[in-house]
Design a protein around this ligand. Structure first.
Ligand code: GAL
Length: 416
C-alpha cells in the first residue's frame, strides 16, 4: 500500500508542476485538524500551491463542523465569504438560498460529472440545478472500530447484532475493559442515536421520521426504544466522556484503553496515521445490525461567488483538481473515506475501503442513506435541534425516553 501511496504522491507532484496559472489566493474554511485529516488536507493544499496559487487556511477546530458552520454563517452574513468552505448537502441549500454560490457547471461539464460521480453524489452538489460544490469523497458512518487483540484477550466475539453487542459489552466490562470509547459532544451523541436508530428500525422508517419529519413517526414507540437503548449504551462508556474529541476517543482504541468506537471512517485516518494494520490490529465492521444500510457523508467544498479575477482563477484551479484521479487516491488513502469518483481502481486501498465500496454498490439505493447528524439531509437548524434533544437526554438521566421523544417532535417542528 505504501508503494502505491508514494507513486500516487509523485504523480500528484508531476500533475501540479505541469500547470502554469495566474497567481491568486483561495481562503478555505474547514475543520480538519486531526492527524488523518491534516494529512489529507495537505494533499489539497499541495495541489493549489504547486500551481502558483496560495492557500489561506481558515480552520475552525471542532469535529463534525458545528463550530465551523457557526463561523461561516457570521462571515456570510457580514458579506465576506471565503473562497471555498468544507460543507455538506443540507448546508449547500442554505447558502444557495442566499444567492452566494459560484456556478461550476462548466467544470462539471468538461469533467463529465454526471458520468464519473454516482447519481446521489451528483444531486447533492447542485443548488437549483446548478453545480455549486465539488465532492472529494464518500464517508461511511455506520462503522464499528474494534481493537482486535483486546477482544481476543477477553475472549469476546466481534458483535454483528445489537443483541450481541450488549453481550460483548457486558463481558468486556466485567473484564475491566471500557467497551465503548465516546466523546459527549452533541454531534457525536447524535451519531450514536442515529446508528441505534438504523440498527433498530429500517430505511423506510428512517426516511419517514428524519427526511419527511412525520410527527407520528418521530414520537412513536420506535423512537422511545432508541432513546432507551442510547441510555443503556452510556453505561458501557468511561466516566470521562465530557467534551472528549472524537479523535481522542479513537486514540483510546488505538492505545487499548477502550475496545470499540462507533464513528465514521475518518477514524480510519487516525489508525493508519499510527500504522495500525486494518483487519488485524483494528477491525472495521458495520455498526451492529446495520449491515444492510450505508449511512453516508460526502465531504464537499462549496464555492462562493468571488469578484477578484485572480482569486477566481485560483478557485477554478482548485475546483478543477479535486476530482483528478490521482488526487482522489492520495486524499482518500489519508482521509479514510472512498473516492467520490466511481471509476477508480481500488487496488491501493485497504480492506475497509474495499468493503465500503462493495456496501455502497450492493445495499440497494433505498438503503444508501444521508447522515442526519452531519447535515447531509437536513438544514443546520434541524440538525442542531436533533443533536440538542439527544444530548439533553444523554446528559440527564431524569428525562425519560418518552419525554425525549416528545421533545424531539417539538424541536424538529420548530426548526423546519
Ligand atoms: C465530519 C466530516 C469528516 C470528518 C469529521 C470529524 O463532518 O465529514 O470529514 O472530518 O467531521 O471532524
Amino acid at each position: 500500500m505504501l508503494k502505491h501511496y508514494k507513486k500516487a504522491v509523485i504523480g500528484l507532484f508531476m500533475m501540479v508542476f505541469s500547470h502554469i496559472a495566474i497567481a491568486g489566493e483561495v481562503e478555505v474554511l474547514h475543520w480538519w485538524t486531526s492527524a488523518g485529516e491534516v494529512r489529507a488536507l495537505n494533499a489539497l493544499k499541495l495541489l493549489l500551491v504547486e500551481q502558483g496559487h496560495s492557500w489561506k487556511d481558515f480552520s475552525v477546530a471542532g469535529g463534525g463542523g458545528d463550530n465551523a458552520m457557526a463561523v461561516l454563517r457570521s462571515r456570510l452574513l457580514s458579506g465576506v465569504p471565503p473562497t471555498a468552505a468544507h460543507g455538506k448537502g443540507g448546508h449547500i441549500k442554505e447558502w444557495g438560498k442566499l444567492g452566494l454560490l459560484a456556478n461550476l457547471d462548466q467544470i462539471a461539464d468538461e469533467q463529465n460529472w454526471p458520468e464519473i460521480l454516482p447519481t446521489f453524489v451528483n444531486e447533492l452538489m447542485k443548488y437549483n440545478g446548478q453545480y455549486v460544490a465539488v465532492p472529494v469523497n464518500i464517508h461511511r458512518i455506520n462503522w464499528l472500530w474494534v481493537n482486535a487483540p483486546l477482544l481476543q484477550q477477553a475472549n469476546v466475539a466481534v458483535p454483528t447484532t445489537i443483541e450481541a453487542f450488549w453481550q460483548a459489552a457486558d463481558k468486556l466490562k466485567k473484564a475491566g475493559i471500557i467497551p465503548l470509547a465516546h466523546g459527549d459532544q452533541p454531534w457525536q451523541n447524535s451519531i450514536l442515536f442515529e446508528m441505534l436508530l438504523l440498527g433498530m428500525t429500517d430505511s423506510h422508517f428512517f426516511k419517514k421520521a428524519f427526511i419527511d419529519f412525520d410527527a407520528m413517526s418521530l414520537s412513536s414507540e420506535k423512537i422511545v426504544n432508541v432513546f432507551a437503548a442510547l441510555r443503556k449504551l452510556k453505561q458501557y462508556m468511561d466516566p470521562d466522556i465530557a467534551n472528549r474529541d472524537w479523535d481522542d476517543a479513537t486514540h483510546m482504541v488505538i492505545q487499548g484503553k477502550a475496545a470499540m468506537q462507533i464513528m465514521g471512517d475518518w477514524a480510519k485516518g487516525e489508525f493508519t496515521a499510527v500504522n495500525k494494520q486494518l483487519g488485524k490490529d483494528v477491525l472495521c465492521l458495520p455498526v451492529p445490525s446495520t449491515d444492510k444500510h450505508y449511512s453516508y457523508v460526502i465531504d464537499s467544498f462549496i464555492m462562493f461567488k468571488i469578484t477578484d479575477a485572480e482569486n477566481k482563477q485560483a478557485q477554478i484551479a482548485l475546483a478543477k483538481q479535486m476530482l483528478n484521479k490521482n488526487f482522489q487516491q492520495v486524499f482518500n488513502l489519508s482521509k479514510g473515506s472512498i473516492p467520490a469518483r466511481q471509476d477508480m481502481n481500488m487496488d491501493a486501498f485497504d480492506i475497509c475501503a474495499k468493503e465500503s465500496v462493495k456496501a455502497v454498490q450492493t445495499v440497494g439505493n433505498g438503503n444508501v442513506l444521508p447522515n442526519i447528524s452531519i447535515g447531509m439531509a437536513t438544514s443546520i437548524y434541524t440538525q442542531t435541534a436533533i443533536a440538542e434533544v439527544v444530548t439533553h437526554f444523554f446528559r440527564n438521566d431524569t428525562i425519560s425516553p418518552e419525554q425525549a421523544a416528545k421533545q424531539l417532535v417539538n424541536a424538529v417542528k420548530a426548526s423546519l
